[in-house]
Design a protein around this ligand. Sequence first.
Ligand SMILES: Nc1ncnc2c1ncn2[C@@H]1O[C@H](COP(=O)(O)OP(=O)(O)OP(=O)(O)O)[C@@H](O)[C@H]1O
Ligand SMILES: O=C(CO)[C@H](O)[C@H](O)COP(=O)(O)O
Length: 408
Amino acid sequence: MAVCTVYTTQSLNSTCSISTPTKTHLGFHQKQVVFYTTTRKSIKRNNSYSSEISCSAEETKTVVIGLAADSGCGKSTFMRRLTSVFGGAAEPPKGGNPDSNTLISDTTTVICLDDYHSLDRTGRKEKGVTALDPRANDFDLMYEQVKALKDGIPVEKPIYNHVSGLLDPPELIKPPKILVIEGLHPMFDERVRDLLDFSIYLDISNEVKFAWKIQRDMAERGHSLESIKASIEARKPDFDAYIDPQKQFADAVIEVLPTQLIPDDNEGKVLRVRLIMKEGVKYFSPVYLFDEGSTISWIPCGRKLTCSYPGIKFFYGPDSYFDNEVSVLEMDGQFDRLDELIYVESHLSNISTKFYGEVTQQMLKHADFPGSNNGTGLFQTMVGLKIRDLYEQIVASKAGATLEAAKA
Ligand SMILES: Nc1ncnc2c1ncn2[C@@H]1O[C@H](COP(=O)(O)OP(=O)(O)OP(=O)(O)O)[C@@H](O)[C@H]1O
Ligand SMILES: O=C(CO)[C@H](O)[C@H](O)COP(=O)(O)O
């Protein structure tokens, strides 16, 4: 007997239909039954019903993830790693504005919060405010639109055009399974913050931010060293006032610091990366090394992990962060051979992989992304897997709750 599980009692939609006969099913009116199954099967349960069904998806609200960081701190790279965990390529809306900042894949839609700039480039210049200043952003609209998407309602979202510096006509955004809002202020406005199912802050230390900016803006965009320094300095007061404080609200923080393995290092190539994970967050159980809750220092270099100077050092332990209880996983140094990462992966627990070696596989798949040889890539990948797990748990719990409600 094939068993069909009923998860919701929402209206029958286009993705799900039931063929003859037209009797009631499990005590519900046929038109109010939606099945969570992808197969077309004959079902028989409680001797009450037998039918052919064809269903493709459960109805569930959009899960909303917030990713905060300053410009040039690796948000796009993180997004590429995250969407890859869900499979399929993320692309701008088809046939839309070529300068759209939105990326859509089967499961995720990533919107850039720069689209809620209320002042364009000229407007900011005239008023003497930076894009980081809340006065240059429309938080009412951000809240209304994120809420609408979370409630399953499409929105016409504005577009901030980074090429022209103008606000372009809006684009249609349909509610996805997972909505990622990335940018400067996903956790600034309390109303928007409360809509987030999970939040991440990329905390790049000034030294490292400077090194990355130089690498990108000098090498790839032809800016001078002086102009890069000036732009970082000009943004700093607003960054400190409006962006940085958001990290206290994040469920996970990826902190990127200069290495401690090389005394007085000022090259910024070898990094010490800390994954700070809040305890007690619903659907999120922090990753741990060897033994949950213990304090552990681990140098994995040797027979199973090739390490050239200055080596690799891991640390794991409990801590507190803005008065919150957290677990911290830290990696200082860089991998010589990415395929050997499996050795490290096998000593980590709670990593929410679907098969042995999935972290290593993801890292190898994107070996050309910035940070793939160090803790930035490793921890971004692990957070991506945790988000997939969180999403799956939310979907399962909503489905279960609806079933319970239907039974009552
Ligand atoms: N983990 C990393 N290791 C080394 N360099 C990195 C890393 N992540 C990002 N970078 C550098 O920073 C630059 C910006 O990265 P990315 O485009 O992902 O950031 P962003 O926050 O999306 O930037 P923006 O908001 O300006 O578009 C990259 O081109 C690269 O030079
Ligand atoms: O901090 C930023 C977020 O990416 C940008 O500086 C802000 O969006 C303004 O963009 P532009 O410099 O293209 O006018």
